[in-house]
Design a protein around this ligand. Structure first.
Ligand code: FES
Length: 103
């Protein structure tokens, strides 16, 4: 398993997202009401960055390119044009830091 250090918990405000580059992929990290979610950054429909999407209070993110919405907890695609789920990753909070398990 590969665990990466994403950021300090205070570095990502409520309703914001952050793109994290790793050697083999890009991850989008979201903060909704103090709960952190991690998904693949690339939309499953096309070449859009989900960390640039619109984070909603209901735990979803809207793709900035064609407005597909995804559940941040499960990654499920909730509306067209996306049909494939975003991959999600476990997030661990410890001593004020956010970690993401990649495998
Ligand atoms: Fe995300 Fe088309 S690229 S909905």
């Amino acid at each position: 398993m590969t665990r990466i250090t994403a950021c300090e918990t205070g570095a990502l405000a409520d309703g914001e997202a952050l793109k994290i580059d790793t050697p083999d992929r890009q991850i989008a990290l979201f903060n909704i009401d103090g709960t952190f979610y991690a998904t693949d950054d690339r939309c499953t429909h096309g070449n859009a960055s989900m960390s640039e999407g619109y984070v909603e209070d209901d735990g979803t993110v809207e793709c900035p390119l064609h407005a597909a919405r995804f559940c941040l907890k499960t990654g499920a695609a909730l509306c067209q044009p996306a049909t494939e789920a975003l991959r999600t990753y476990p997030v661990i909070i410890s001593e004020g830091m956010v970690y993401i398990d990649l495998e």
